[in-house]
Design a protein around this ligand. Structure first.
Ligand SMILES: Nc1ncnc2c1ncn2[C@@H]1O[C@H](COP(=O)(O)OP(=O)(O)OP(=O)(O)O)[C@@H](O)[C@H]1O
Length: 687
């Protein structure tokens, strides 16, 4: 079997691949592949939905199978509108509660602006104020999405979008999709008006939304489907709209993640007429109300018109602007790229602002740029959605504060939070392992044992390539790469199989490494926290925290690069030395909570003696660690990963490089000899 194919094999079936009957192998990750109606006690006389034989065959576990797809015309209409009438009956309240409970979905109304207004009116009556204030955080029980077929039958999504989902091989909604899609597609249908009235809010103008769901649980689809469908729906109501109008912005912390979202979005939007573009340096997008630039433009054009031939020049200028301006419906960007472009410009047309990895986007590192983008989106109809696997209460507080600040210009919109499973825990299907080494060199030794497992290494977990190795700094990533790049034998590809990826590389180098890793050409990718969030490398079998993560959230995101989309067998190894023990407790807590969640003994990842002996980490120390990492790994000295001197290392590498080069040359020579021999035999056809 071709090793490259094995390494790059994805979980999804593409349209071109045939449906193959296979034995039922249900992945264990409870975030995926669940029966969305689990827990619902169905009434006897209830009509059973028709099953979709293809979906049944492919998964064998789709108990609530989608309706057989209606026949479509061979080439569906571009920009097809979502249909208007809705007939699918809703689940009753008891059924809704059962489904949400069994999938561990918890919805909370974080703010209801109307309730606050009422509180203000009755300011004098203290008790009443207290009672109303309690109303502000209330559990909610919105309708769940019982199957992807309901997206069309109950929530009006465009047929083309529904088809694209099926084409991508998505059969059953994940838990975060199950919980969020009805609310984001049609909040007034997902939450009955009586429930909203009871809590003094209305969903007429939509909702703002926070979702906290494990890594690899399908949050990208959960925000892309409503974004694309919202554009199609609005477009259907405005026949005059011919051009692409920027209606949704997705902000992600890294270029790699932004690029990935663009790709996912384009697959979903194929044939719908919705355009998705990734922001680039120097790119122009149409803006309105350019407070500073707009004024000078007017002045300039006024004076131009007075001069001879100026009208033509103005037209030329306009045409030039039009040509260089990128028109799109959805823009995916990093905070820095868009904020640098925006400066004082305003985006009036944007109706959806999506913050992927919202906690880091609203962290001090990116806060200014993210808030800058948010305040540039001045539409009254702007709705915010925030997504992450980890979300501290301070981030929720910040979102609430910002929404309140915009309250005077906005209609009354509730902020609803969805938490899937336990808040801030890693994907439970991963096997977590903490490995102690006394020294830094011990870590290198242990890493080599993982690279070249021997049957005698019983203390070491078995890790299958490919894997990701996280270090604390760029310098350490580079140094570790230098150290181990010749560790794999030349016959297996040698140094070409190991790469380092960090932010000081050029854009093209970064994207080439990501492409090669996705294609299975690179087997060990050494990186920094640049790659810890959002990146979906489906074939990754293991994550090695060569240097400990600097926060529990960083642990969750780093190890979440494996065990994605229900895949079992992912291994997360964290090395720690004596210097790390002071910081380890909060990470050990996440590990033991994840193990418990997976139904394993809490001691499986962290032995009790270790947990008991680890010191509590103080608030200030946590902050310091998050900001600067482990002290001893900063600065020049920390870069040294090996005991060998640079000279010795270089000598050894040169030797290994020469051996690898000579082997490669021999192989090439042998190949060219064969070619020559072949040529000789063939003789050629002379023209
Ligand atoms: N309903 C589904 N059925 C099967 N696979 C799915 C489904 N939804 C998403 N996936 C797959 O799950 C993988 C992870 O999805 P995604 O990248 O959206 O996760 P995420 O929740 O955003 O993770 P992270 O928190 O790490 O960013 C992707 O490969 C995606 O194609």
């Amino acid at each position: 079997m071709d090793i490259f194919k094995v390494l790059s094999r994805g979980t999804k079936r593409t349209a071109s691949q045939p449906v193959v009957k296979k034995p039922i192998t249900k992945p264990s990750n409870p975030q995926l592949y669940n029966d969305p109606t689990r827990g619902v006690k169905r009434k006897r006389n209830e009509q059973q939905p028709e099953s979709n034989p293809e979906a049944d065959d492919a998964d064998g576990i789709n108990f609530f199978a989608p309706h057989a797809p209606k026949r479509q015309s061979p080439e569906p209409k571009v920009q097809e509108a979502p249909k208007e009438n809705v007939s699918k009956p809703l689940l009753d309240e008891e059924e809704v509660r059962q489904v949400l409970r069994s999938h561990r979905l918890k919805f909370t109304l974080l703010s209801s602006h109307e309730a606050k207004k009422k509180v203000k009116k009755s300011k004098k009556k203290k008790e009443e104020v207290k009672a109303k204030a309690k109303d502000v955080k209330k559990p909610l029980f919105p309708q769940p999405l019982t199957s992807f077929s309901d997206l069309r039958s109950a929530y009006n999504i465009s047929t083309r979008l529904e088809e694209n989902l099926a084409k991508q091989g998505y059969r059953i909604p994940t838990e975060v999709q199950l919980g969020s899609l009805p609310l984001l597609l049609q909040p007034d249908r997902a939450i009955p008006s009586t429930a909203a009235e009871e809590l003094h809010f209305t969903t007429k103008s939509g909702i703002d939304f926070l979702a906290v769901a494990p890594t690899g649980s399908g949050k990208t689809l959960a925000f892309l489907i409503p974004a694309i469908n919202g554009i199609l729906r609005r477009r259907a109501g405005d026949a005059t709209q011919k051009e692409h109008v920027l209606e949704a912005i997705v902000v992600a912390p890294t270029r790699e993640l932004a690029h990935q979202i663009v790709n996912e979005g384009r697959k979903l939007a194929q044939g719908t007429g919705v355009k998705i573009v990734g922001m680039k340096r120097g790119m122009q997008i149409p803006t309105e109300g350019q407070v500073e630039d707009g004024a000078s433009d007017e002045e300039a054009s006024g004076s131009d018109q007075e001069a001879d031939g100026s009208e033509d020049e103005v037209k030329k200028d306009e045409a030039q602007k039009q040509m260089t301006t990128t028109k799109t419906d959805i823009l995916v960007t990093t905070p820095m790229l868009l904020q640098n472009f925006l400066k004082s410009r305003i985006l009036l047309t944007v109706k959806a602002l999506i913050l992927d990895e919202a906690d880091v986007l609203l962290d001090p590192l990116f806060r200014e740029q993210t808030l800058g983008i948010w305040s540039a989106c001045t539409s009254q109809h702007l709705r915010l959605t925030c997504w992450s696997a980890t979300m501290g209460s301070s981030i929720e507080g910040l979102v609430l504060e910002q929404l309140k600040a915009r309250e005077s210009d906005q209609p009354s919109v509730p902020l609803i939070r969805l938490v899937v499973g336990l808040k801030d825990t890693a994907v439970p299907s991963i096997n977590h392992k903490l490995i102690y080494t006394a020294t830094e060199q011990g870590k290198l030794f242990a890493l080599r044992q993982l690279l070249h497992p021997k049957s005698t290494d019983t203390s070491m977990p078995t890790m299958r390539l490919p894997f990701l190795v996280f270090t604390q700094t760029i310098e350490r990533a580079t140094a570790l790469h230098d150290e181990i790049k010749f560790d794999l034998p030349a016959e297996a590809g040698g140094s070409s199989r190991i790469a380092a990826l960090h932010s000081s590389l050029s854009d093209s180098a970064r994207s080439s490494i990501v492409t090669r890793f996705r294609a299975g050409e690179i087997w060990v990718l050494i990186t920094t926290d640049l790659l810890m969030r959002g990146i979906d490398f489906r074939g990754v079998n293991g994550v090695i925290n060569y240097d400990i993560p600097t926060s529990p959230a960083a642990y969750v995101h780093r190890v979440g690069r494996t065990g994605r989309a229900g895949h079992e067998g992912g291994v997360a190894v964290t090395f720690y030395t004596t210097e790390d023990t002071a910081h380890l407790k909060s990470i050990a807590n996440v590990i033991s909570l994840s193990e418990k969640q997976a139904g394993k003994s809490a001691e499986a990842g962290v032995p009790k003696w270790l947990m008991d002996s680890l010191p509590k980490v103080g608030r200030e120390d946590k902050k310091k660690l998050k900001r600067h990492g482990v002290e001893s790994r900063r600065g020049d000295k920390a870069v040294k990963i090996t005991t060998q001197s640079a000279w010795e290392r270089r000598k050894e590498h040169n030797k290994l490089g020469a051996i690898a080069g000579s082997k490669k040359r021999k192989v090439q020579e042998a190949a060219s000899d064969t070619q020559k021999a072949d040529d000789g035999e063939w003789g050629g056809i002379d023209d």
